[in-house]
Ligand binder design. Structure first.
Ligand SMILES: *Cc1c(COP(=O)(O)O)cnc(C)c1O
Length: 383
């Protein structure tokens, strides 16, 4: 009798059914609901709705946590960036180096201040490549807006060294990075000033728009406090220069203070989830590396994936949320046309935009859900 090879079934175990939402702000707030409502009640009772006592308390905690002398509550992360540029008198004729793969506000704040953004290309960690930063600096460069994209600190030692050598200031766009550390030092303390966002989707936020500025510079802090409030020191008769209305709402500060107690737990959850992804997905996708002495907070968890759009469809088909941050780099947006960039000018950022896919990561997810995302990705590349 000839031997017959047994028929090996190529059918694999069915993937389990488990929904993994990319964001779920309702679920994120549900466990805190009673304390959030109490906080709202306290603000309704005292009635100081703008720059009230909760704003001062949040500013104090934020400054202490970032290891700086001043934190200034403002109306959004975008306002934080704009006010810093205004306070430094950066405008027409000036250039500011920033990242092409960031959220649009890193660049729009520069343009709206009247200055010109110059985009540095990025490295495999999605952050600005110091060599490219250096190459962007010219005679009229005034500042570098360094973005700690995805909650991973940028190469601050190298970028600060370049800035010192060329006498330009460093502004941190830390909107995605509250709690992150670079060689043990908190982001927001690594440049002249830091801009944070308390948008509800960020690491810690309010239930609406708000932002925070950090700085160690007393004079800059004083000026920022005036600029956010019409130029007033205290009252109208003390107004020495025109300012804006970019103050923080007390309600947002009160709500953020409730979340403050959970900040470290939430960051740890994100770090644990990132560790699972890293361990399980290393064979299937490229995972941006963390710098050895840094602590990232993983506002998002992007991977670089072959057949990215098919993978995204496959994940969504399995009820797993994902997103592309960001599909078009800033320098190729219609709005940026007058800056004169062309496709091919920033090859790494452009290549990453075609391959990047952000996986679900937030404190509302269980390890089981993260493993399920990995199972589904594994299946996609096995097929
Ligand atoms: C969210 C974000 C901002 C803007 O913050 P808002 O509070 O939404 O104005 C700026 N830069 C980056 C990198 C961001 O992610």
């Amino acid at each position: 009798m000839p031997e017959v090879a047994p028929v090996v079934s190529k059918r694999r175990a069915a993937l389990k059914k488990l929904s993994v939402p990319f964001v779920d702000l309702g679920a994120r707030h549900a466990p805190l609901r009673a304390r959030l409502l109490e906080a709202v009640g306290r603000v309704l009772d005292h009635g100081q709705f703008i720059l009230g006592p909760e704003v001062a308390e949040l500013e104090e905690r934020w400054a202490r946590r970032c290891g700086v002398r001043h934190a200034i509550g403002v109306s959004s992360g975008t306002a934080a960036l704009s006010l810093i540029l205004k306070a430094l008198d950066i405008g027409a004729g000036d250039e500011v180096v920033t990242a092409p793969n960031s959220f649009i506000a890193s660049a729009s704040s520069v343009v709206l201040a009247g200055a010109t953004p110059r985009f540095a290309d990025v490295g495999d960690d999605f952050n600005m490549d110091p060599e490219s930063v250096q190459a962007c600096i010219r005679e009229n460069t005034r500042a570098i807006v360094v973005v700690h994209l995805t909650g991973r600190p940028a190469a601050m030692d190298e970028i600060n060294a370049i800035a010192n050598r060329r006498q330009v200031v460093v502004i941190e766009d830390a909107a995605q990075a509250m709690g992150a550390k670079s060689a043990g030092r908190p982001v927001g303390s690594l440049g002249l000033a830091g801009a944070f966002s308390l948008h509800p989707l960020k690491i810690i936020g309010g239930c609406g728009d708000a932002g925070m500025i950090t700085t160690d510079d007393d004079a800059l802090a004083d000026q920022l406090r005036r600029l956010r409030n019409h130029g007033f020191q205290n009252r109208q008769e003390d107004c020495t220069a025109w300012g804006y209305n970019e103050r923080m709402d007390t309600l947002q500060a009160a709500l953020a203070l409730v979340k403050w107690d959970h900040l470290d737990t939430w960051i740890q959850r994100r770090r644990d989830q990132a560790a699972i992804y890293r361990r399980r997905l290393v064979k299937f996708v490229r995972i941006p590396p963390d710098r050895p002495n840094d602590q990232a907070v993983y506002q998002t968890f992007p991977v670089l994936a072959d057949r990215r759009d098919s993978l995204a469809d496959f994940l969504r088909h399995h009820d797993i949320g994902c997103a592309v941050h960001y599909p078009v780099p800033i320098h190729l947006l219609e709005a940026a046309r007058e800056l004169g960039y062309r496709r091919g000018d920033l090859p790494e950022a452009e290549k990453q935009a075609t391959r990047t896919l952000s996986l679900p990561i937030h404190e509302g997810l269980t390890d089981e859900q993260i493993h399920h995302v990995c199972d589904v990705i594994e299946r996609f590349y096995d097929e």
